[in-house]
Design a protein around this ligand. Structure first.
Ligand SMILES: [Zn+2]
Length: 347
């Protein structure tokens, strides 16, 4: 399967944090041919193991399977669903979004509704409508009707958008954060044949709500080096200043120097930059972004694990539709494959 097709499959799959099953099944299937062993841990992380030589370093590569979304909070007597947010979602992007409510009877479609602008007062119209004023309309006629459709409190809700290609090299879809990391993970393993080090390829759960899966995965695996494969904000869009978000799409992967949860170990930074230069992959260095990744938790596991992050620049992260370049994905894979082959020289 081509990289773009794998990304399409994973992007269209639904896996709101804590409910990653659909993605987990796919990841298991897609990783399996490229590892010696694959298992699922008690919380739902997927761990693929590719064995290397004895006494060579062990490397944990993590990509999170979960995505941001919503969860049904209450059902009104008229049959509308109030919801709570799962992960970091900007209230401004919610109105009029098409969504899928994942019920025990299967997925049902709906739309996020709000008070019509026509009847809002001048002052109200200028303000962002907060999430707790919004509701999901699944076409139910009453609370009982919604329940009959299968809706229960706690049902996960994902955005209803299908993957599509745009321009020469770009794609639009949901949950690229971090399904594109999952794709990179699979492709890196596919391209590595005989290697010295042992790789733990981990599809983690619940990253968006506090890096939870990576925490327990790093503890059980006890790796020598940790890497998160994730996305970062591409700031090359109108209205964004260079100093606010300097990473650009189509300029290669970003190697994190610092973020809000990690100061990359100097040895890891050297290793990654050397690999980029050796493989002639264009790269960008990133510091000071507000968010963080699984690497923050991996690095603090047990007695500490030197860790880093490599990110694919992505526009409109944490919204229903993100956009990225397939060339950046390709460069990310190439850089990481080169790095893995030389890891024993650094650790
Ligand atoms: Zn992420």
């Amino acid at each position: 399967m081509k990289l773009v097709d794998v990304l399409e499959k994973l992007s269209n799959a639904c896996g709101v944090a804590g409910r990653e099953e659909e993605v987990r099944v796919l990841m298991k299937k897609l990783l399996k041919p490229h590892v010696d062993e694959i298992k699922e841990d008690k919380l739902g992380n997927i761990i693929g193991i590719k064995k290397g030589k004895k006494n060579a370093p062990t490397v944990m590569l993590a990509a999170h399977m979960d995505e941001i979304g919503l969860m049904v909070k209450t059902i009104t007597k008229e049959g509308f669903l109030r919801f709570t947010k799962i992960g970091g979602i900007d209230d401004r992007i919610l109105i009029a979004q098409k969504v899928i409510v994942h019920t025990s009877k299967g997925p049902i479609r709906g739309v996020i509704g709000a008070k019509p602008p026509h009847i809002l007062k001048e002052e109200e119209r200028k303000k962002v409508v907060e999430a707790d004023k919004l509701f999901i309309d699944v076409g139910a006629t009453s609370k009982e009707d919604a329940q009959k459709m299968g809706v229960r409190i706690g049902d996960p809700v994902s955005f209803d958008i299908q993957f599509t290609r745009v321009g020469k090299d770009a794609v639009v879809g949901k949950a690229f954060d971090d399904r594109v990391g999952c794709v990179a993970l699979i492709e890196i393993l596919r391209r590595l044949q005989k290697i010295e080090c042992t790789i733990y390829a981990v599809g983690t759960i619940q990253e968006e709500v506090g890096l939870r899966g990576a925490t327990v995965a790093a503890f059980q695996l006890h790796p020598d080096v940790g890497m998160a494969l994730d996305v970062t904000v591409a700031g090359d869009t109108p209205g964004v200043q260079e100093a606010e978000a300097p990473i650009k799409m189509r300029k290669g992967p970003a190697i994190t120097v610092t973020d809000s949860g990690l100061i990359t170990h100097p040895k890891v930074l050297r290793w990654l930059i050397d690999a980029a230069e050796q493989s002639k992959v264009q790269y960008q260095l990133e510091t000071g972004l507000g968010g963080t990744t699984d690497a923050a938790r991996i690095s603090l596991s047990r007695e500490g694990v030197p860790s880093g992050v490599i990110s694919i620049p992505t526009r409109y992260i944490h919204s229903p539709a993100s956009l990225l370049s397939l060339n950046d994905l390709e460069k990310t894979v190439k850089l990481m494959v080169t790095a893995i082959k030389s890891v024993q020289k650094y650790f």
